[in-house]
Write a protein that binds this ligand. Structure first.
Ligand code: UD1
Length: 433
């Protein structure tokens, strides 16, 4: 199993580029299930979750070309010959919860879908009841057996659906199903994340009639057929935020390029409160830090609030800020596992239910630490950049799920970071462009 070895203390200097958003690419790839024509997606990140999604789509009968090169990160998906009884198997779903995104598109297009229940994961229970409820309201019959959900409907019909809780992939799943349903749907209390808007943009290019994505209420006029399209995936706002925090904690001068600053407003405001100097351009954020940081509290919220996917990285930063920072996690229970690892590096963090109180500034000293999930591993990388000595981060397969070549990118701006371990070939892609 690969590990990262990071020697802290180097300020990050220069320009680092942001890749395409994994969380936008995954639903976009699932959207290709809605049509028998080819969907071409550009700016696809070279991360393991994308390989998993490709495997999933191929298992459903799709033809998927995926290629990475200097000029292009592209996938071309054709779902003309899907299996008659498509099934998303447990072996795939257990490694990537977002696999449930195929449920809505499959039942809308094929009239039937079997998808393994995702089960628990490291950051909480994460049920999919709202996906199921939405499909039921659209006329699907749902049965659950042997750990699988089966949805059937001759043709879904439009419905008025109120999400009891804001869910990102739930909104995306139901929006895709509604695009091919008969009649109009009104979806209320929707997630407003940029990834939802990006998906709606793609679906509209495919011929869907969707209005309001990015707001709480989305209206969908169902159509009987969708066509192929070409679409460029938005930049990854969480990767951008992670790099900005890495630049700040290292006391560097880092230009984070190829991002969309309008998607990270809540984060930028908070980092400003911490005393970090930020110069925001059209698609760049330059972070200039002398390492002097002030404590500030955060509450994770749905977009446009402070993202839960940045909470762990922010906690690493808070350990280096003067004063007490109260971090309240409102989206997922059990998302403080990184705190225990940071404490092993010398951080002073007290957990009280959904709140973590971080008292700083405490010097961090390198230790052997264990990554428990994707964003937790990113936070340990950030902490290691500020630690004295050589930190060894185990289980970096988590970070490979969602960060493209992070060690190469960070090394490029001065981090002392290397990957050691079995070095199994990570890429199974073929170069293009
Ligand atoms: C997505 C993101 C993930 C991010 C999360 C919150 C993708 C692929 N993943 O995950 O990186 O951390 O949004 O911003 O886009 N819930 C229910 N019932 C449901 C669905 C969700 O109770 O049917 C609850 C969850 O347990 C959680 C909350 O709603 O407490 C939000 O979850 P949700 O927005 O669905 O997260 P994901 O879409 O899985």
């Amino acid at each position: 199993m690969d590990k990262f070895v990071i020697r802290g203390g180097n300020p990050l200097l220069g320009t680092i580029r942001v890749s395409g958003a994994k969380n936008a690419a995954l639903p976009a790839m699932a959207a290709a299930l809605l049509t028998d024509e080819t969907v071409v997606l550009e700016n696809i990140p070279d991360v393991r979750d994308i390989q998993t999604e490709r495997k999933l789509l191929v298992s459903l009968g799709a033809e998927v070309e995926l290629g990475y090169g200097r000029a292009h990160h592209r996938t071309s998906i054709n779902c003309r010959n899907l299996n008659k009884n498509p099934e998303a198997a447990y072996e795939i779903v257990k490694t990537m919860r977002a696999s449930t995104l195929v449920l809505g598109p499959l039942v809308a297009r094929m009239g039937v879908a079997r998808v393994s229940m995702p089960g628990g994961c490291a950051i909480g229970a994460r049920p999919i009841d709202l996906h199921i409820k939405g499909l039921e309201l659209m006329g699907a019959t749902i049965t659950q057996e042997h750990g699988y959900i089966e949805a059937r409907a001759e043709r879904l019909h439009g419905a008025h659906i109120y999400f009891d809780k804001i869910t990102v992939t739930g909104t995306e799943d139901i929006m895709m199903a509604a695009a091919l349903a008969e009649g109009d749907s009104v979806l209320e209390n929707c997630a407003r994340e940029p990834e939802v808007t990006d998906l709606a943009d793609l679906l509209n290019k495919m011929g869907a009639k969707i209005e309001g994505a990015g707001a709480s209420t989305i209206k969908v006029r169902g159509v009987s057929k969708l066509r192929g399209a070409r679409h460029r995936i938005i930049p990854d706002r969480i990767e951008a935020g992670t790099f900005i925090i890495a630049g700040a904690i290292s006391g560097g001068d880092l230009n984070v390029a190829g991002c969309d600053p309008s998607h990270i407003q809540a984060m930028l405001q908070k980092l400003g409160e911490c005393g970090i100097k930020l110069r925001v351009g059209q698609d760049t954020v330059r972070v200039i830090s002398d390492g002097a940081l002030k404590a500030a509290d955060i509450n994770t919220e749905e977009y446009p609030g402070f993202p839960t996917d940045m909470q762990a990285q922010y906690m690493a930063l808070a350990t280096q800020a003067e004063g007490a920072s109260v971090i309240t996690e409102n989206i997922f229970e059990n998302r403080f596992m990184h705190a225990l690892e940071m404490a092993r590096m010398g951080a002073n963090i007290k957990i009280e239910g959904r709140r973590a109180i971080v008292r700083g500034k405490t010097p961090l000293s390198a230790a052997a630490v264990l990554a428990s999930d994707l964003r937790a591993s990113a936070s340990l990388v950030v902490a290691a950049l500020a630690a004295e000595g050589e930190t060894i981060i185990d289980r970096v397969y988590h970070i490979d799920r969602g960060y493209e070549h992070i060690e190469e990118k960070l090394r490029g701006v001065g981090a002392q970071m290397k990957r050691i371990g079995e070095m199994l070939p990570r890429k199974v892609s073929v170069p293009v462009g």
